[in-house]
Design a protein around this ligand. Structure first.
Ligand code: HEC
Length: 161
């Protein structure tokens, strides 16, 4: 009996680890991934796992931001205009500069956000994918990096993060 249950546990663990590997390898937004790997991973690291003292992980907050209009705009503004000022993510502080990626096209920004939210965040509620039209609307009202930082405080409080 005991051997059977140990075997069963091992089997279940094996199946679960296979399932999580399959999950990790499924990329729904390959174009967004290639932008991310080429332009973002140098700071945020592959898979958006972040690096202490350099750039925050992107595997939890973006998924939570994406369900609310303010949060979506915050994601877009951060990528388009950058962000400057201290932030805290999961009790860790970051205070380095997120550069502006305004030179990316609306499609590229939508695609990289889709990769971050839907491929890197395990949870994204009922968020719908980003598209170029949504990005275009944000581009119409430029913000500086300090304003993006101030808005983040309000968004994080508003969402209770
Ligand atoms: C030079 C390093 C660097 C690069 C390159 C970079 N980032 Fe960032 N990113 C940061 C830093 C630093 C912060 C936090 C800024 C702060 O402390 O105000 C940040 C913040 C963010 C945030 C906000 C996270 C939050 O919790 O509010 C998002 C989203 C983000 N980056 C996405 C991206 C994407 C997408 C790219 C590529 C197009 C990218 N970053 C490229 C350094 C970088």
């Amino acid at each position: 009996m005991k051997t059977a249950s140990v075997l069963m546990t091992a089997l279940v663990a094996g199946v679960m680890s296979l399932a999580s590997q399959a999950f990790a390898q499924t990329v729904h937004y390959p174009g967004g991934k290639s932008t991310f790997d080429g332009k973002c991973a140098v700071c945020h690291q592959a898979g958006g796992k972040g690096m202490d003292g350099l750039a925050p992980p992107l595997v939890e907050y973006p998924g939570k931001y994406a369900g609310a209009a303010d949060g979506r705009a915050q994601l877009g503004h951060t990528v388009m205009y950058g962000m400057f000022g201290p932030i805290k993510v999961k009790e860790k502080s970051y205070n380095f500069k997120m550069p502006s990626f305004a030179s990316l096209s609306d499609e590229e920004i939508a695609d990289v956000l889709n990769y971050v939210v839907f491929d890197l965040n395990a949870q994204h509620g009922t968020a719908k994918p980003f598209d170029a039209a949504e990005v275009k609307a944000w581009r119409a009202a430029p913000l500086d990096q300090t304003a993006v930082h101030q808005r983040r405080d309000a968004v994080v409080k508003g969402l209770g993060l």
